[in-house]
Design a protein around this ligand. Structure first.
Ligand code: ZN
Length: 309
């Protein structure tokens, strides 16, 4: 996967016209036939035809403006067309050659500073992006490994390109105090991804009701703060789906737990009120399907309740 970077500079009008706003496929098809008819429009960028880069599908193109990465996108295809270049940009930039056309099918907005970009790709702090260029292999690798810790949209791109295993192998790439926040975000993303896969709906393991996954939390069965690194990395067993309609919160507050029969039990602590009890009685003794695979974590948590009683 190659990574290209370009400064928009004086071409901001062109950027607004064909990157910020997409170009309809019909306009493109007049000059170049896109085979996949399911696609409707593209973000388009053009560079001088003397550039002899070979672009491949899913290469990344980063746009920089005034010392910030303002967006980046995945390249779909590239071709040469003077005519399309003239049609798109000639009124803005007369007589300039932008005939090497780059189609971008997925654009993500960003506001990542070039100062930080230089740090993660190990360029000198004075490096400024000027003309269209390709990151060398080492810088590209650094960018991929570090930027995916920061940017969730980029994680999705990397995952679709290299698969989940690659992403997981980078999960604990580097743990330093400053990076804890982004690590946790990446971890939550991974946990949800494992738990909910690409499903739209799933069952809450406590009340056994089915919800859209947006209403479910990948809840830590054993409190995250009590988990050692291996347990936090035990992506398939350390969490279970619990709903936002009460189950996740009750479990987090240790007002419910799962006993060794794999059943939901109530812990009558000092937060208890009649209306909470009313809800509890609807879930008490429910069978928790996740108990089987996550037994040691559920057991740990119910032990904690006994200890602190
Ligand atoms: Zn529930």
């Amino acid at each position: 996967m190659n990574i290209y970077i370009t400064s928009i500079g004086s071409s901001i009008d062109n950027y607004n016209k064909t990157i910020k706003n997409k170009v309809n496929l019909n306009n493109i098809n007049k000059y170049y036939e896109i085979k996949d008819k399911s696609l409707k429009d593209f973000h388009i960028w053009g560079i001088p035809s003397l550039n002899n880069y070979n672009f491949y599908k899913n290469d990344i193109l980063i746009f920089v403006n005034k010392n910030f990465i303002i967006s980046y996108g995945t390249i779909y295809e590239s071709f040469n067309s003077n005519e399309l270049s003239n049609e798109l940009w000639n009124d803005v930039d007369e007589n300039k050659d932008f005939s090497k056309i780059i189609l971008i099918d997925n654009l993500i907005n960003s506001n990542f500073s070039i100062f930080n970009f230089n740090k993660i790709v190990k360029y000198g702090s004075g490096y400024r992006v000027r003309k269209f260029s390709k990151l060398n292999n080492e810088a590209a690798k650094e960018f991929i490994d570090k930027f995916l810790l920061i940017d969730e949209d980029f994680q999705k791109i990397i995952e679709s390109r290299f698969g989940n295993n690659y992403l997981e192998s980078r999960l604990y790439y580097e743990v330093t105090d400053k990076k804890v926040l982004t690590k946790i975000r990446l971890e939550q993303y991974q946990l949800r991804k494992n738990l909910f896969k690409d499903l739209n709906h799933q069952k809450c393991c406590i009340c056994n009701k089915t919800f859209p996954v947006d209403f479910l939390i990948a809840s830590h069965i054993k409190d995250r703060k009590d988990c050692i690194l291996e347990e936090r990395n035990d992506l398939y067993r350390i969490v279970a789906p619990m709903c936002v309609f009460g189950c996740d919160f009750l479990y987090g507050q240790k007002m419910i737990y799962v006993n060794i029969d794999g059943k939901v039990k109530i812990n009558f602590n000092n937060l208890m009120t009649d209306s909470i009890k009313e809800y509890m009685l609807t879930i008490e003794d429910n069978i928790v399907e996740n108990y089987k695979i996550s037994k040691n974590y559920f057991d740990f948590q119910s032990e904690q309740i006994k200890i602190h009683k």
